[in-house]
Ligand binder design. Sequence first.
Ligand code: MRU
Length: 385
Amino acid sequence: MVLQAIRYSRGQLEILDQLKLPHAEEYDHIYSSTDAWHAIKEMRTRGAPAIAIVAALALAVELENMKLSSVAEEVKVFIVEKLNYLVTSRPTAVNLADAARKLKKVVEDATGSEGASGGMVREAYVKAAETMLVDDVSDNENIGKHGADWIVKNTEAGKKGQVSMLTHCNTGSLATAGYGTALGVIRSLHSKRALKHAFCSETRPYNQGSRLTAFELVHDQIPATLITDSMAAALLRLKGPAENIAAVVVGADRVAANGDTANKIGTYSLAIIAKHHGVKFLVAAPRTTIDLGTHSGEDIVIEERSGKEVTLVKGPRHDGVSLDLNVVETVSIAANGIGVWNPAFDITPAKLIDGIITEVGVVEKDSDGVFHLDAVFKIDGPKVK
Ligand code: MRU
């Protein structure tokens, strides 16, 4: 069975509640943009591409089920207001702002068209949001293919036939419309029998690695091992048959024009560790994550989340032998009264990144160490511009 974070049919949207994973697979109905805003803020749905698609589809569902004005301009104003609101849910991932910008353009064009009505504007919006859902899956499959081919060609282990990989956070089916970005690269390596072993880091404090990536790896029966974030440097020293890491591959929440990359907290440390050990460090992201309007990492707003995510841990009761899924407990794991800093993301400087894997190919730096990311937008443009 294919893992699905988002279930959509016209007029209906459900999201897999990622706070309950890996122990329970429960879907929540999303009826409106307000529902989506809360689901994104509370991280019941998360991951840069998934956030954008859930937001876009939630508004599509709301529009399908409401009594709509017949006046095109009124429907346009309603849609633009809702999109502006949705964008405030989480600040760092650019995919949501990018989707909102494109959807606004779609409704503006529809409103300006000959004989435009409210129904026509709605139809144009809903179709564009649905196209984004479909495109994300095919983009991820292409990211997987380009990334796997690059790793096979550009690493010693790849040239010999099989690679071991390390990834961070969750970038799989659960963080996207399907297949995944960095985890899609690992899936692609596995399906072409070029993967020896995958390692995933726990990803404190929200544990997207141990809860979600580990869940996906087990689900797909990919040979994999979980480590805590603090074990990564020790892992990269190892040269065992499975432990010889050929490349670290991560996703992104926003890639600036110069290649600086915002991604889950801990990514920057991994890039430094990879550089120290001469291991390739790759970012896998669709073009919707590349923001040419952001000059460098300095210009990216990093979301800070509640300190409780660091001091408290929530999960089903475990008595040391077995799990009791009926009892969810929250336990404190820090000294009462301690101050906490909890940035959700960090910035990895472009100089630590060997390649940016997109759906149209892998971008490498030129001989001066500069990424030319504008080039990827010159190759077959996205369907919703
Ligand atoms: O806070 P999250 O769980 O939304 O953060 C997710 C990440 O940082 C992912 O690595 C990134 O969004 C890429 S998802 C394909």
